[in-house]
Write a protein that binds this ligand. Structure first.
Ligand code: ZN
Length: 267
């Protein structure tokens, strides 16, 4: 198959310069937009539909992961954002109205089959994608993503995962996520409902979380204190996360370009 764009794209690795007509969201593209192009890195947002306290919407994780994948697709010429996976493994939030969960096993299967469909051959030379990067927005998805990535790498598919980390951040619907939402979707933050939740560290409440009893630890569903959140903090956090996500994407691509199919254990 002719690949007229390959040389132009390779001459500017990591360039923020965009080619006219390049799809940034896969769902917006037609198949003809993708045929014959430089194989793309597919950034897959992995979110959740779960309670985020009295003040944030159920799809907070999905919105944050999607915004990061969209930003990656704007920053990195060879990246495109997939439609988000909007329901993940959220059993620990099940006691709260509105939470939906497919559980860890079903999420593993979804991620594995999604990546297999995107990367049907190890070489990646026959399809529009050369690598898949899972952009995780929800801590409860971490185990499923790790298992899926391990399985896919054992099949020599070029797959990696990125997880958000915020220095000094709290766990759930607190200052970190609320600040990000004040930056991304301020109209969806019920600022009149901001209230502190449980502020124990993760190690102290891990048993309750893994046994699906978050409501016992935090009656309002918050782990942290959203009252200290701000849009400015959210913008800074988003920029930092965008930077580490971009680095993860470039690392995945450089591994592929160098022909290294090694299995490693970075997140
Ligand atoms: Zn969240």
């Amino acid at each position: 198959m002719a690949r007229p764009d390959r040389r132009a794209a390779r001459s500017q690795p990591g360039s923020t310069q965009l080619r006219a007509g390049r799809p940034r969201r896969l769902a917006d593209a037609t198949w003809t937009d993708l045929a014959g192009r430089e194989p793309l890195l597919l950034a897959v947002p992995v979110g959740s539909c779960e309670q985020h306290g009295p003040h944030l919407p159920l799809d907070t994780d999905t919105r944050i992961a999607t915004a990061l994948a969209d930003q990656l697709a704007r920053d990195l010429e060879v990246a495109v954002a997939a439609p988000p996976i909007g329901i993940g493994a959220s059993g620990e939030h099940g006691a709260f109205p509105g939470t939906l969960s497919i559980g860890t096993d079903a999420l593993i299967s979804s991620l594995v089959e999604l990546a297999r469909s995107a990367l049907p051959t190890v070489s990646g030379d026959t399809g529009p994608f050369r690598a898949v990067l899972f952009v995780n927005g929800h801590g409860g998805n971490t185990a499923a993503i790790a298992t899926a990535v391990s399985q896919l790498r054992s099949e020599s598919r070029r797959v990696a995962a990125w997880h958000p980390r915020a220095d000094g951040g709290d766990l759930h619907a607190g200052t970190t996520e609320t600040s990000l939402m004040l930056h991304l979707n301020p109209e969806l933050v019920r600022t009149e409902a901001l209230e502190a939740g449980a502020t124990e560290r993760l190690e102290e409440i891990r048993d309750e979380l893994t046994s699906g009893r978050l409501a016992l630890v935090s009656p309002n569903g918050v782990l942290g204190d959203p009252r200290t959140a701000s849009a400015e903090r959210g913008e800074r956090l988003f920029t930092e996360m965008n930077g580490t996500l971009l680095a993860a994407a470039e690392q995945l691509l450089s591994r592929e370009i160098a022909g290294h199919h090694r299995v490693d254990h970075d997140s």
